[in-house]
Write a protein that binds this ligand. Structure first.
Ligand code: 13P
Length: 252
């Protein structure tokens, strides 16, 4: 049994209006309260503008709220961006950084992701650092190389298990209904933990949660979450319905 507490994280991406956010976060909070003691931690990551709505809706439950991105700088002339301190101030405990959609849509490099993760950690947020290979990289046999390089480049020096979560999200599995086999997921996660050990030491790496993301749903969650080095999930589509997201969490 691993001592790592399983984290079930929902990445809402650019979905929901305020009424949806209220119903979704509120519905999960009701489930959480009714469930009492659970063997997982639950996190929802709404679009920035809906964070206050979600924070209100989960009040009184154990559910945590996180951002989907933050700026690397503390404040200033960065139109449209959100500072880590602002997320913290709004009630967030976590922030996703380096999601493949941000790496692609906004050209974020490992260096940028590392600076964002450091800003999150400095401001008392847990950085959920995303990595993962594209389909072309996988087909070229570069899966481990790519993930190793991303760990080396995206994780700040001095990161700890308390302020860092890694999310392995194969880009080709996101929103496609396709996933690697369980054996492949376990192999990559074990490799990532080894690379993380080189970066932050074996003790911290052993305590750090590594989430799997990419088409996780109520049907495949049980098998994926049972893998030795899988410590939770980062869930997109299936995090947008109370019943689906709760079913994923219940399969822990
Ligand atoms: P899906 O669960 O929709 O595949 O999205 C995964 C993801 O990108 C979570 O960050």
């Amino acid at each position: 049994m691993s001592a790592r507490r399983v984290l079930i994280a929902g990445n809402w991406k650019m979905n929901c209006l305020s009424a949806d956010a209220k119903a979704l976060a509120g519905g999960l909070a009701d489930k959480m309260k009714a469930a009492g003691a659970v063997n997982f931690e639950m996190l929802v990551c709404p679009p920035a503008v809906l964070i206050p709505t979600a924070v209100d809706a989960v009040a009184g439950s154990a559910i945590k709220v996180g951002g989907q991105d933050c700026h690397m700088n503390a404040k200033g002339a960065h139109t449209g961006d959100t500072a880590a301190a602002q997320l913290k101030d709004a009630g967030c405990g976590y922030v996703i950084v380096g999601h493949s959609e941000r790496r692609t849509d906004h050209g974020e490099s490992d260096e940028v992701v590392k600076a964002k993760a450091a800003a999150a950690q400095t401001n008392g947020l847990v950085a959920v650092i995303c990595i993962g290979e594209t389909e072309a990289q996988r087909d070229a046999g570069k899966t481990l190389d790519v993930n190793g390089t991303q760990i080396a480049g995206s994780v700040p020096d001095g990161s700890t298990a308390a302020n860092t979560v890694i999310a392995y999200e194969p880009v080709w599995a996101i929103g496609t209904g396709r996933t690697p086999t369980s054996a492949e997921v376990q192999d990559v996660h074990a490799f990532i933990r080894g690379e993380l050990a080189k970066k932050i030491g074996a003790d911290e790496a052993a305590k750090t949660r590594i989430l799997y993301g990419g088409s996780m749903n109520p049907k495949n969650a049980k098998e994926l979450l049972a893998l030795a080095d899988v410590d939770g999930g980062l869930i997109g589509g299936a995090s947008l319905k109370v019943e689906d997201f709760w079913a994923v969490a219940e399969s822990v």
